[in-house]
Structures are given as structure tokens and as C-alpha cells.
Design a protein around this ligand. Structure first.
Ligand code: IVH
Length: 698
């Protein structure tokens, strides 16, 4: 093993390691010429991490080890950009780009203009600020003037250097740089696979995935997402010895500072070369591992840019020259209906297979009934299908000239094509009401049924549910209670102990009471809070099952949408049957008066509490029969305000709700008094111990 370093030696080694790691990052991300293998790189990181652990006094915020670990934010702060982050006007045709060039030349009074051209990335625009070469802030574009502070989230992107290089060009005192955060197509596909496996909705396209991933309140979640970035514009720079006169020089400077630019950028001598570049990139597009939807053409000279100026939202010196969408003509052979995991029915066009730029397309989503009506799509129609960055192709238009009169109109079915339950219309969507018995919704229904706040069956999560459904052991909700230890022992994931634990957890869940059961049924629009109210009002599942819409609407907290969801759910014979089955299998459906001093009281938290995490506070409220809601509404009894409260606080004031601080909250729970009592008895508990004790004695 290595010898133990002295403090001084460690400091030196740490500094060397950091420099070396940043150098390899630069070689890998910016120059695309790595000198070492991933394993060797990991070794350097590992050594640095170890030394920093031993000598934490040497940790600095810009150390490459410090990308992750920031705590989750309550909400994003708003920050003002150094100057407005403009958008771009888009053009689609060659004449339009020539007209742009003519306007530019006329305005400048010159014969010819050079352009810097780059791929237009389909991602999310961000601003990064470096002070004295150190990364200090990152924000999303927002409305262009103000954005969201996502400093910690951006820090987790590996291609973002936390310190700039000064080997070839002096460090700027201040640099504001704009770039685009993207997700590579293969990472996006991988992520979607994972999401589907976990029972979550897949994301529509890499851009949404990048935006959603960057804007996680918990930066540690962003860190798990494979994001990348390209930089393309200096918004502001200050510093001695830095002279940048063109966009092209700006790109080279960014690169020298270690900020990755797009290697496909090109300096074009005139508009002809820029048009040529557009064609080249359109061909290249299919080979790239990230999405681009056009090229951006920017006047190269910055003094020309300044002269041309900007309109409110877009500059006069740049334009997005978009690619035509990837479209092909084909025929709709039939329209079928798929049922999603949430019971939503989606019409899908079955197409005569057609190649859309390298991908054979034989199905396209038609979204919903309104979409079909609006575009007047009929079975037998000739249509254009497009793949516009999205993985799921779309029918963009009907070629009406090709109609023969034999085309057939499509109607949404009245019964679910998967389980035969009734279908109801909710806004633009149709939903299958057979939530408890529809195989299309089964995995999701079970996961929800077993989840912590519902029947709380520990061990019955994503992967296990998947396995049980796939092996045919669970075909409907009630099958959960038919599982035996023997069944489980035949499965790959289970051994004696884990099988025993799951069976016990299932058994225990039979006595969770009416409120949890109602929530567990997964009736659309019925959350925990509504479920409790229903349990309290109706006191038995049978009475709730037979409630009329009018009876439900008489309850203050229940609106028309929820009332009709409930009625529709229980009208479905298949659901009623499942509930009967559950009853027969021993699931208790009686209402037990809840005890506790906060019975039925609704709490909302905003801002950070000093002595509890949100989870702890929620647990304490619920132990006393209270309810914690996520958003402020008139139904809320107490709004507990901690440090740096968010917009909920303002809203609570507007609604005139009761607002209390942490101390008062503790009083409501009786925490202070108890603490004193404990002290009287000569035993002083820390708050943590107290919470633990309270949990155990309840
Ligand atoms: S330059 C004032 N260059 O496209 C000009 N923008 O439709 C600033 N975009 O909001 C933008 N790739 O998010 C520029 N190479 C590129 C780009 C690019 C993608 C985005 C950017 C902008 C949007 C405008």
C-alpha cells in the first residue's frame, strides 16, 4: 500500500491530482483525444477522494470531487441574466436565408459578410458564469431576462469545467457564456428503458429529457442523468489581454478556456458557403448521436453584430436555418387503440411501412380523438408522417387529394380493447374505468396499491411486481392476497426469508383501514386526502360504492371531476367484483375512528424547518391523524412556515389561512411540553431521540 503522506505532501499531491484530472477532462471532453483509459482516470479520482477524506481542510468547492452532494432545493431561485438571452428567428427556405443575407449587407452597407455557422442543437439553453476562472453560477434561459438558478445541477455535468484553463489565453475576470444542455440519443433511449421498467412514463424526446433532468430540485438526481453541453456564445467577458473580435474567435477562446464547443462549427466566407453548410449538416444529421434541427448562422464580426442590434426577442445578426422535418408519405391501413398504464386510450395509426430517413415506421401516434378530428384523419388515408426529434412518429397531415371516397371515419371504442370495461371521456382523453382488473394497468395498479401511503406492503415494489405479473401469479389486484410462500419460492428473486417477509407484509396490510384502502384503489383524482374524507363520511366501502354523484358533490372538498371519477369507478362491475374478492380474502374495509390531536387537520409546509426534515414533520403530523398536503388551498388548516419560505407562503397569506412558525407547530404536536417533562425526570433527550421515542411509543 501507499505510505501515509504528511500534511504538506498531501496538499501538494491533491493539487497535482486536481490539475491532472482537469487536464484529462479537457483532453477528453474538449479535444476528444483522451490520453488515459477510463480506469486510469477513475483511479486518479479515487486517490483524490481518499486524500480529501483524510485532509478535509484541503477540499475546495471547485475540486473535481465536488460535483455532487449539494442538498435538494425547495424551489429554484430566480436570477437575472447578465444580458437578455435572446431567441432566434427561424427560416426554412433558401430564399429566406438569402433575403436575410441581403438585409444584413444592406444595413451594414457592405458587399460581403462572413458567417459563423453551427449546428442548432435541440436542447436547453443555459448561462454559466465564471469569476476569476471559477464556476460560480448557472441558470436556465427562463423568460430570457430572468432564469432559474440551477448552479448545483449544472455542476454535475461532467463536461462543465469547474475551473477554466489559462495555458493558452489569460483567465477572464468574469465570463458569462451561453451553451446548450443536451442528452445523447443513446442515453435518452437507455433512460426511457429504465423509466418504463420502474413504471414511470417515458419521456417524449431527448430535449424534454435534458430539460427535465436538469431541472430536478435534487441535484443528486441530475447527477444520475447523462447530460452533456456545448458552448456557443460569449455573453459577456472582462479581463486583461483578452481580445475577441469575431464569433469565430469567441469559439476558439472558449475552447482554450476548456469549454467544449461544437467541432462541426464552420467559418463561412459568404452566404453561399453557409447554405452549402446547411446541406452538409442535413446529411450529417442522421449520423450524429444527438439531435439537431437546423443550423445557426451568425454574422461573424462582433462590431457588425453590434451595429445590426436586436429586436425584442431576437438578434438581427443571427438566424436559425431549420431542416425540413423528416417526413414521408404512406397510407393508414387501420387505426387501433392502445391502453396506457394509466388507463388512457391512445389511438394509433397502423401504417404501410415506410422508411423515414433510415428508420422504418409502421405505426404513428394519433394522440387523442381531438387530434384525429382536427386533422380529419380517416382509415385508408394517405398521410405524411414525420419524425421530428421524437422517437414516436406522428401523422402530420392528410394528403386529401389522394382520397378515393372509400376512407372510413374512426370512432373511439365504448369499451376498453384490453379488458372490456366501460370507457369514459375526460377532457380530450378517454379512459378505461377498469382500474382494478385491466391487464394494461395491472402493474401500475399493484405498485400503487402496495405503496407506502396506500396498503404499505413492503417488498412489493417495481421489480417484484413485474416478476409476479410476468409469471402469471398476479392477474388482478386480489391475487396479491392469494400468493403463498410456495409461489414465491419458485421465483428467482426469493429465498426463504424474503418470501416469508413478503407474505407477512401482505397479511399485515389487510388491516390498514378504510381510508388507505380507498386511496389504494387508485381511483383517478382520489389522492390520500380525498380518500380520508371519503372514509370519514361514508364509513364503509359499500356505502361509498353506492354513493350518487349528488351525494359526493355535497361534500365540500369534492368537485365535479372527482365525483364523476368515483361514480364511474364503482359503476364498473369488474371493479366491484374485485372489491368483493378483497373482502372475502380478509382485507378489512371498516372505518376506524382515528385518534390523535390533529385528526383531520390539513397541513402544508413551506421553507426549511430547523429541527425536522420534511419527512419527519409529515410523519409526526400523520401519527396524530393529520394530513400533509403539497399545495395551498382553502382546505388547508395550518401553513407551517420555516426559513426562506416559497410561493406557498404568499398564497397562504392571500387566502387568509392560518400561518404558524416552527415553535407553534411543535406546540401543536406537544413536543415542547414533553421535552420539559423528560427533563423534569432528569433525562434530557435530543430532538432526534425524542422523535424516535415518539415513533416507538405510538
Ligand atoms: S445562438 C442570440 N447557437 O436555439 C443568439 N443558439 O431557437 C443566441 N440553440 O434559444 C443563440 N444551438 O437555445 C445559438 N449553436 C447554437 C444553438 C442555439 C441551439 C438554441 C438556443 C436558442 C434557440 C433559438
Amino acid at each position: 500500500m501507499e505510505k501515509k503522506l504528511t500534511r504538506e505532501e498531501a496538499k501538494k499531491r491533491i493539487e497535482w491530482l486536481r490539475k491532472e484530472i482537469w487536464r484529462h477532462n479537457y483532453l477528453y471532453y474538449v479535444l476528444n483525444k483522451p490520453e488515459i483509459s477510463d480506469e486510469e482516470y477513475d483511479k486518479l479520482m479515487e486517490e483524490l477522494r481518499r486524500l480529501e477524506e483524510q485532509f478535509p481542510e484541503f477540499i475546495t468547492p471547485d475540486s473535481p470531487t465536488q460535483r455532487v452532494g449539494a442538498p435538494p432545493a425547495k424551489e429554484f431561485k430566480t436570477v437575472r441574466h447578465v444580458k437578455p438571452m435572446l431567441s432566434l428567428d427561424a427560416v426554412h427556405k433558401e430564399e429566406e436565408i438569402r433575403a436575410f443575407d441581403r438585409r444584413v449587407k444592406k444595413e451594414l452597407g457592405v458587399e460581403n459578410v462572413e458567417y459563423a455557422a453551427e449546428p442548432k442543437l435541440d436542447g436547453l439553453s443555459v448561462e454559466l458564469i465564471y469569476e476569476d476562472g471559477r464556476y460560480v453560477r448557472g441558470s436556465t434561459r427562463g423568460d430570457g431576462v430572468n432564469g432559474e438558478d440551477v448552479t448545483e445541477n449544472i455542476k454535475t455535468i461532467r463536461a462543465v469545467p469547474l475551473v477554466l484553463r489559462d495555458e493558452e489565453i489569460p483567465l477572464p475576470k468574469m465570463l458569462a457564456v451561453r451553451g446548450e444542455v443536451i442528452m445523447h440519443i443513446k442515453d435518452f433511449e437507455e433512460l426511457n428503458k429504465e423509466l418504463i421498467q420502474r413504471g414511470e412514463e417515458p419521456l417524449a424526446n431527448p430535449r424534454n429529457a435534458a430539460a427535465g433532468s436538469l431541472r430536478r430540485l435534487d441535484p443528486n438526481e441530475t447527477a444520475q442523468r447523462p447530460l452533456d453541453i456545448f458552448f456557443y456564445e460569449i455573453m459577456h467577458v472582462e479581463g486583461d489581454g483578452i481580445k475577441i473580435e469575431t464569433q469565430w474567435e469567441a469559439l476558439q477562446a472558449l475552447k482554450k478556456w476548456g469549454l467544449k464547443i461544437n467541432p462541426l462549427a464552420k467559418l463561412c466566407k459568404n452566404i453561399e458557403e453557409a447554405i452549402e453548410y446547411h446541406h452538409e449538416m442535413e446529411k450529417k444529421r442522421e449520423m450524429l448521436d444527438y439531435e439537431i434541427d437546423g443550423v445557426v448562422i451568425k454574422v461573424n464580426h462582433l462590431d457588425y453584430q453590434e451595429k445590426l442590434g436586436a429586436k425584442t426577442r431576437s438578434p438581427r445578426w443571427a438566424v436559425a436555418y431549420k431542416f425540413p422535418p423528416r417526413k414521408e408519405e404512406t397510407q393508414i391501413l387501420d387505426i387501433v387503440v392502445g391502453v396506457g398504464r394509466t388507463g388512457i386510450l391512445t389511438p394509433v395509426a397502423l401504417l404501410k411501412p415506410v422508411d423515414v430517413k433510415g428508420v422504418t415506421v409502421s405505426r404513428a401516434t394519433l394522440h387523442n380523438e381531438d387530434y384525429i378530428k382536427e386533422k380529419d384523419i380517416r382509415i385508408g388515408d394517405w398521410v405524411r408522417v414525420a419524425r421530428a426529434g421524437d422517437v414516436i412518429p406522428e401523422v402530420v397531415e392528410v394528403i386529401k387529394e389522394k382520397r378515393t371516397g372509400k376512407e372510413k371515419e374512426f370512432r373511439m371504442p365504448k369499451r376498453c380493447p384490453v379488458c372490456g370495461s366501460h370507457v369514459v371521456k375526460e377532457g380530450a382523453y378517454y379512459r378505461c374505468t377498469g382500474g382494478l382488473s385491466c391487464p394494461a394497468q395491472l402493474k401500475r395498479s399493484i405498485e400503487h396499491f402496495a405503496s407506502k401511503n396506500a396498503m404499505d406492503i413492503e417488498g412489493l415494489g417495481g421489480k417484484t411486481v413485474e416478476l409476479l405479473v410476468e409469471k402469471g401469479l398476479i392477474k388482478r389486484i386480489s391475487d396479491i392476497y392469494r400468493l403463498t410462500k410456495r409461489d414465491l419460492l419458485h421465483l428467482p428473486r426469493f429465498a426463504e426469508k424474503s418470501a416469508k417477509n413478503l407474505i407477512e407484509a401482505i397479511e399485515k396490510s389487510k388491516n390498514k383501514g378504510l381510508a388507505r384502502l380507498i386511496f389504494a384503489l387508485g381511483i383517478p383524482n382520489v389522492g390520500e386526502h380525498t380518500a380520508r374524507i371519503l372514509a370519514e363520511k361514508f364509513k364503509s366501502i359499500d356505502r361509498l360504492m353506492n354513493a350518487t354523484e349528488a351525494e359526493l358533490l355535497a361534500i365540500k372538498e369534492i368537485g365535479p371531476e372527482t365525483a364523476s371519477s368515483i361514480v364511474n369507478f364503482f359503476r364498473e362491475e369488474r371493479n366491484r367484483k374485485e372489491i368483493e374478492e378483497l373482502k372475502k380474502l380478509g382485507v378489512k374495509m371498516e372505518y376506524e375512528e382515528e385518534k390523535g390531536k390533529l385528526k383531520g387537520k390539513v397541513f402544508v409546509f413551506t421553507g426549511a424547518l430547523k429541527d425536522f426534515t420534511r419527512e419527519e414533520a409529515k410523519e409526526l403530523v400523520e401519527k396524530e391523524g393529520g394530513i400533509v398536503a403539497n399545495s395551498v388551498s382553502r382546505n388547508v388548516d395550518y401553513v407551517v412556515v420555516g426559513e426562506k419560505p416559497g410561493s406557498k407562503y404568499e398564497k397562504a397569506k392571500e387566502l387568509g389561512l392560518k400561518i404558524i412558525g416552527e415553535e407553534e407547530f411543535k406546540k401543536l404536536l406537544g413536543i415542547e411540553k414533553k421535552e420539559e417533562k423528560e427533563e423534569e425526570r432528569g433525562k434530557i433527550l435530543t430532538l432526534d431521540e425524542f422523535i424516535k421515542m415518539k415513533r416507538n411509543t405510538k
